[in-house]
Design a protein around this ligand. Structure first.
Ligand code: ALA
Length: 414
């Protein structure tokens, strides 16, 4: 039926997600809001409970057995994340609250220390607010200038050779971009961007919020300086995320927050910081979150990230193919190489109305500007509706989505 084949991971793994087997508003739940947050498998839910039941104490402080056990688990989680990203050292992994905090940390600490008046920070027009506003603030504080690689209409494609042009012309110090766009579903050529940046001595930051739980990521191969992602979009707990940074860069940066456990020594008027990652982890961290995240990454690896990537590819293409059948459908994002994220505008129906209509039939979509206000404005939209898929979704759920949207079009007179 489709030009791509259903990889069928749901047959094997859907049962691992207890939340999916419920009715919403009298209909079986069709969860298509995975770009906002994925669901958790039983293995992660149970690991969190087990940690609190058996191993919890504060980390890096106590000398007692429980504290040592919690510390060992927390540091083991760091090592697991490093392995997952193929980082050379566990010390390159900073635990944060999520992608947003990771990018804020870099923009504030690296940015305000290194950017000078007239330096360029290059972003794309499809950045999430979390990879835009921190740079606006860093630019305001330092006199640096933001430049945006433009997208080409609804497909979101970018002329990547413009990056090299920019690098040739100006003093580009930082290139920060998303790997997978949360609203367009484009997959950006991050390795090419990092290679170009290196040629011109620019530092790179990858927003991997939409890719870390969906595709293989190898920071050595990509060649990035920083990469941030969130656990809750990768089957792990909320409230925890990861910032990968090249160790020498992290060690050259001032702390983002200060307080307990990030210091070597403190006097009344001054303090000395620990090396990275601990200088960036002031206060009691989200220990259970780190333990749960390690379990989530183990779970994803047991499925195979290539298989998840292939599954996303199927859903992105198949959903786009089917949605195109609907009259007055305006689809956003690229035609071919796309992730499992499909945003659209159906006639003149407001995205919020569409989401509310779909919810009555148990379908969870997102509608709004997706934290991409300037992008939506450029596309001439106030908002869009978005279906975002994961490996536990089924082909039948695409059918259900299309059928409910058909009914919505009738209901709203389109
Ligand atoms: N960044 C998340 C999304 O795109 C919340 O929905």
């Amino acid at each position: 039926m489709y030009t791509v084949n259903f990889p069928g991971l749901a047959n094997q793994y859907r049962a691992d997600f207890p939340i999916l087997s419920q009715n919403i508003n009298g209909h079986p739940l069709v969860y298509l809001d995975n770009a906002a947050s994925t669901q958790r498998p039983t293995a992660v839910i149970e690991e969190l409970a087990r940690y609190y039941r058996e191993d919890h104490a504060n980390v890096h402080r106590g000398l007692h057995t429980l504290s040592n056990r919690a510390t060992a688990l927390f540091e083991k989680a760091r090592a697991s994340v490093a392995r997952y990203l193929n980082a050379k050292q566990a010390e390159s992994i900073v635990f944060t609250r999520g992608t947003t905090e990771g990018i804020n940390l870099v923009a504030e600490s690296w940015g305000t220390q290194n950017l000078r008046r007239g330096d360029l920070v290059v972003l794309t027009e499809m950045e999430h607010h979390a990879n835009l506003i921190p740079w606006q603030i860093a630019a305001r504080k330092t006199g640096a200038i933001l430049r945006f690689l433009p997208i080409q209409g609804d497909t979101g494609e970018i002329e990547w050779n413009e990056l090299e042009e920019l690098c040739r012309q100006g003093n580009v110090r930082m290139i920060a971009l998303t790997h997978i766009s949360n609203s367009l579903g484009c997959i950006n050529p991050i390795k090419y961007v990092c290679q170009t940046a290196k040629k011109y001595g620019a530092v790179t930051l990858i927003d991997a919020a939409q890719s870390a739980g969906h595709a293989p990521l190898d920071v050595e191969d990509i060649g990035c300086d920083f990469l941030a992602f969130s656990s809750h979009k990768s089957c792990g707990p909320t409230g925890i995320g990861v910032l990968y940074g090249r160790k020498e860069l992290l060690d050259s940066m001032e702390p983002y927050q200060t307080g307990g456990e990030m210091i070597v020594s403190v006097d009344w008027n001054e303090a000395k910081w620990k090396p990275a990652p601990h200088r960036f982890e002031a206060g009691t961290p989200h220990i259970a979150g780190a333990v749960g995240l390690a379990k989530a990454l183990e779970y994803l690896e047991s499925i195979g990230r290539h298989r998840i990537e292939e599954s996303d590819h199927f859903f992105g293409l198949a959903a786009a193919e089917r949605l195109r059948e609907l009259p007055k459908m305006r689809l956003l994002g690229p035609a071919a190489d796309r992730a499992g994220i499909v945003s659209f505008q159906l006639g003149s129906i407001h995205a919020h109305d569409l989401v509310a209509f779909a919810d009555q039939y148990g379908i969870a979509l997102r509608g709004g500007h997706h934290c991409n206000q300037p992008l939506m404005r450029k596309l001439g939209l106030m908002s869009s509706a978005r279906a975002s898929f994961y490996f536990y979704n089924t082909e039948a759920e695409i059918d259900r989505l299309v059928s409910v949207l058909r009914d919505a079009a009738k209901y709203f007179g389109e």
